[in-house]
Design a binder for this molecule. Sequence first.
Ligand code: DGT
Length: 218
Amino acid sequence: MNAVSKRPFTVFVEGNIGSGKTTFLEHFCQFEDITLLTEPVEEWRNLNGWNLLDLMYKDPTKWAMAFQSYVSLTMLDMHCKLTPTPVKLMERSLYSARYCFVEQMMRNGTLHPAQFAVLDEWFRFIHHNIPIAADLIVYLKATPAVAYERIKKRARSEEQCVPLSYLESLHKLHEDWLVHRTLGECPAPVLVLDADLDLSQITEEYKKSEHQILRHAV
Ligand code: DGT
């Protein structure tokens, strides 16, 4: 397929921190006609030697604005990336950055209302002027306590201070956005998968999404 002539079938993989988005994407490595775009966490950990993710967790009031601004840039880059395949799978999106993370930081006062207004204007501008559409959202729905245990286990150094209450509020925002539809705009149909299952059972759960995704990979 000519990469510039037609937008690929685009899937956002969404879910709380520790819900298994990376494992979900790895499951689709076996299929040739799918481009996988993993979240640019490594870029957030090293911008000219600065670890913005760490700075944001250590002093959110000071660094949230810079961090979210850089998240927006790297996410926009993912949305705009041309792919040689008919299907594109993206880990998260500008939508979850805005409706889950920025929303959370605005509600708990980490972002000043003026900072929030700037980020919101950027989101609105991009949304109206740049194609960031999706055809399907796969929502990996995880109980916050399960996500919390996984985060402890993987021990990413920056996340050691993440409390269960933070995961609970992020979970509620994902639910309001993707299930109850009371927050923001849901840009595509949503397929909800049970992300609480352990590794031995999760492949079967992931397979439930294969038909909807692979039928476009021709
Ligand atoms: P997974 O595979 O489901 O366990 O996914 P993770 O946890 O590797 O990926 P993700 O996107 O849930 O989070 C990576 C880290 O970056 C995590 O510490 C949360 C943080 N993060 C991701 N996007 C944003 C954002 O827009 N704002 C803020 N404040 N943090 C974000």
